[in-house]
Design a protein around this ligand. Structure first.
Ligand SMILES: [Zn+2]
Length: 81
């Protein structure tokens, strides 16, 4: 399940150069500023190889009360009083 509050982000990291350049576009909400950054960085440095990153968050919910309860031992003493 995706966390509704957290939108996915896009990012590109320069993977060019003999010693990897590692400049990064930073995280953006859309691909467009990332594309623009890559084009700009390519124009500035001649670097043409990029690692593109897509990140989003997943939230794993706690087990519901019903499923937790079914894992617990039955209380057999309750009804016998
Ligand atoms: Zn670079």
């Amino acid at each position: 399940m995706r966390d509704e509050a957290t939108e996915p982000t896009y990012e590109a990291e320069c993977a060019s150069g003999e010693i990897t350049c590692c400049e990064s576009s930073g995280a953006h909400r859309h691909t467009e500023p990332v594309e623009v950054w890559m084009r700009q960085h390519a124009a500035d440095t001649g670097h043409r190889r990029y690692l593109r990153l897509f990140s989003d968050y997943a939230v794993v919910l706690e087990p519901t009360e019903e499923s937790t309860r079914s894992d617990m031992p039955e209380r057999s003493d309750r009804g016998s009083v």
